[in-house]
Design a protein around this ligand. Sequence first.
Ligand code: PEP
Length: 249
Amino acid sequence: MRKPVIIGNWKMNKDLDEAKKLVKEIVSEKLDNGVEKVICVPFVYVTEVNKLLEGSDVGLGVQNMYFENRGAFTGEISPVMLKSCGVSYVILGHSERRTVFNETDEIINKKVKSALQYKLIPILCCGETLEERNLGIEKDIVEKQIRNTLDDISVNDIEKVIIAYEPIWAIGTGLTASSDDAENMIKFIREILYDIYGNLSENIRIQYGGSVKPNNIKDLMQKENVDGALVGGACLESTSFCELINYNL
Ligand code: PEP
């Protein structure tokens, strides 16, 4: 049984007061125990947010990291630093990192390895552009991303990785892939994982991300292979984020 996982990606939003207010609101809600829930906050807030999450079952994550553990890498944040501040999850290879900051599959693969080495749970993103979908090459693109970014990840580690399928054209646009399209691609990703890892593929969680809202989450979560959601816009308000976590109540 794969435990559903709902993850909020705050991106570069909220000042410190707003961040604290949002976390306090989330932890004061009654949230479904059967769902793993995580908030991925800007680096500068992790220590404050970690304190506020104490005693709750909401996990703490961030949105990126560097793959080295220390040294002359001005401006970067290492997995060791994150661990020492109570962080457990890290989003890697988000499409905004790929497009705005030129992250390649090779860099993302190094980050996945490093996150696993330092016992952080990687939330590994993949997904095609609208142009690639219109050309009918979306499966080729996603397969290449999955195989490259998971290169050399061992059978011992793969079950810790959470994969997020996020078609780029659906992120922040209000356009959602239909639940059938999401299921179709996520099933395909599971087949690739089966090819690499055999039966372990059944234990690996694969989320959908792209304009997930309280009004479309149920439909997505009913699909056999969809194990959760990576959420941007709708995680910035406690009401909608908590509704997403409680989609099943
Ligand atoms: C995201 O940031 O990964 C995302 C899916 O954003 P949104 O839910 O706003 O489309």
